[in-house]
Write a protein that binds this ligand. Structure first.
Ligand SMILES: Nc1ncnc2c1ncn2[C@@H]1O[C@H](COP(=O)(O)OP(=O)(O)OP(=O)(O)O)[C@@H](O)[C@H]1O
Length: 549
């Protein structure tokens, strides 16, 4: 996007911000310092905004600026570690407000994408949209075999509009990056990249279909949560066809009560479903606002949720997932020292940080919460506070964790809406422990090891060469020279760990290869010889493998 097109749009952004009397916010955020100077050229502020709190004014401006700003605001609302709570609360309320595009256009797009007339594809296609949002629109239809479906269609020209607005956001991000004194903490370019990635994913409906399929597989029984099936023969990048489901939004408490559904049981299921997604499957719905979480009114005795909208899904690297689970358990057990140690071990804190100092800071944040009954303590709120504390100690926050934090807030919100007395701790703790017991059991570890065996055998011939190269490098003294004593200490520690790992890897690898050979070449010897060798190999790995950094 050229500056010729960016500039008028930047002016429009400035005029909307000023119309909503947001100059103080913009100034406080060290954005456009000279904004006040240009105010006289932009006309008068809106007459009705003076009485509104600043968060509501910002929400109004974002809504007026359009869908991409709405999305950016929604992303920002999750950064409670960065922005004040009153603004985050308002931004979290941002909703798309866009009129539907004509049904005839939707029909034409479906025909172009699926390469057949709608009358051939469907027994019925409803041209009046069922729902319309900034990126896509949903139409009801019936397949030729009588099954009811919904067809989600991307807005015409949306990819180009998004590309333009993202370029504008990037320019704004660069301004903040250059001028804001806390730019290294806010990392605006990362926030923009996050918005961009989110929008890119939402533009690919085939990908959304694949996410829906995976989530459906993970909740195959459909007891606690039902996921609509994807109709792959009617799905492309630009059109997604799903089984039509019926239910009410989970915040429609009146309808849920009228249907005689046990809200308390449902709330417990909501918390359980969340922990299963994050810690059992490592694949979670990251846009779980009430509009996307429905309740199946047809199931009175054994209530369940229905999930919708699979455009934003999250998953964590396995090591982070394990780290997070350990943190949660430590939090449930009020083991602050362990939380501090875990943060340092994860390598997200400066290595010279004293664990007792961090533990004291964590205790200071958490302890006041525990004077309240557990039912009144929000885990999500506590996690936000913990992240804030850790940031004071220079924690680098991973984007996936931010997504998770937002999901945690959403799910707690749903749980408390359904049952204001829910004790989320009492529900979450045993669920988490059970999942972790299953996930990290010996049997599962051995199964994983067996799966990776061919890979290890394949890599085995290169092993001696790699070791020889490593030893040669060490002998040549190819170690960076450093003058900082702290860095020297770290380097010595690193070298010690590397030696340990190298020794362990040699011993463990050799034993595992021996086990594999015994297993494959001498099956008549029974399972014991390979099992003993493999266990010894795994032990060698386990005892010498470094803790997470
Ligand atoms: N499988 C379905 N069965 C019935 N209705 C559906 C289904 N999928 C979507 N809808 C309807 O369409 C609406 C929008 O769907 P969805 O949330 O997937 O679209 P979206 O463009 O991502 O919207 P938003 O950004 O507002 O979440 C839903 O709130 C729901 O009313």
């Amino acid at each position: 996007m050229s500056s010729l097109t960016v500039f008028p749009r930047l002016l429009r952004v400035a005029s909307v911000l000023l119309a909503w009397r947001l100059d103080e916010i913009v100034e406080a955020a060290h954005l456009f310092r000279p904004l006040k100077l240009v105010r006289p050229f932009f006309g008068k502020p809106r007459p009705d905004v003076d009485t509104l709190p600043r968060g509501a004014r910002l929400r109004g401006a974002m809504t007026e600026l359009g869908p991409i700003f709405v999305k950016a605001g929604q992303v920002l609302s999750t950064r409670r570690d960065l922005i004040p709570a009153d603004i985050a609360d308002e931004l979290a309320l941002l909703q798309d407000q866009v009129p539907p595009f004509p049904g005839s256009e939707a029909r034409a797009i479906v025909e172009r994408e699926l390469k057949q007339p709608v009358t051939t594809l469907f027994a019925r296609f409803d041209e009046t949209a069922l729902a319309s949002a900034s990126i896509a629109q949903v139409h009801a239809a019936t397949l030729r075999d009588g099954r009811e479906v919904v067809v989600k269609v991307l807005r015409p020209g949306i990819a180009k509009r998004i590309a333009n607005d993202v370029a504008l956001l990037r320019s704004l991000g660069e301004l903040v990056n250059r001028w804001h004194p806390n730019a290294d903490k806010i990392r605006p370019l990362e926030v923009v990249a996050e918005v961009e990635k989110m929008l890119e994913n939402e533009l690919d409906l085939q990908r959304e279909g694949a996410s829906a399929s995976l989530l459906k597989r993970n909740f195959e029984s459909g007891v606690d949560m039902y996921v609509p099936a994807v109709e792959w023969d009617y799905t492309t990048d630009g059109v997604l066809t799903l089984e039509r489901v019926y239910g009410v939004s989970c915040d429609d408490v009146a309808a849920i009560d009228a249907a005689g559904i046990d809200r308390k049981a449902l709330a417990v299921k909501g918390v359980r479903v969340f922990y299963e997604q994050v810690f059992r499957d490592n694949f979670f719905h990251a846009d779980a606002h009430p509009g996307n979480v429905w309740v199946d009114l047809a199931r009175k005795d054994d209530p369940r949720f229905i999930a919708l909208d699979f455009g934003i899904m999250g998953s964590l690297p396995e090591a982070d997932q394990y780290w997070l689970a350990q943190n949660f358990i430590a939090l449930f057990e009020r083991d602050y020292f362990r939380i501090a140690q875990l943060h340092i071990d994860a390598g997200w804190m400066p290595p010279h940080l004293r664990v007792d100092e961090l533990a004291a800071a964590v205790r200071t944040v958490c302890e006041p919460y525990f004077t309240r009954p557990l039912s009144q303590i929000s885990i999500a709120e506590l996690v936000v506070k913990l992240f804030r504390t850790a940031q004071k100690f220079e924690l680098t926050l991973q984007p996936q964790l931010i997504l998770l934090q937002k999901t945690l807030l959403n799910i707690e919100g749903v749980g408390r809406m359904l049952d204001p007395d829910i004790d989320i701790w009492a529900v979450a703790h045993p669920v988490l422990e059970r999942i972790l017991r299953e996930r990290y059991s010996l049997r599962r570890t051995l199964k994983e090891a067996r799966k990776r065996l061919p890979e290890w055998i394949n890599a085995a011939p290169q092993f001696p060469e790699l070791v020889r190269d490593a030893l040669k490098q060490a002998a040549r003294g190819e170690v960076r020279s450093v003058s900082d004593p702290l860095a020297l200490l770290q380097q010595a520690e690193l070298a010690r760990r590397q030696q340990r790992v190298l020794g362990g890897a040699l011993l463990g690898g050799s034993l595992l290869i021996a086990a594999a050979l015994l297993w494959t070449l001498a099956p008549q010897q029974g399972v014991w010889p390979p099992l003993v060798a493999a266990s010894a190999g795994l032990l060698a790995f386990a005892f010498t493998w470094p803790r997470r950094r």
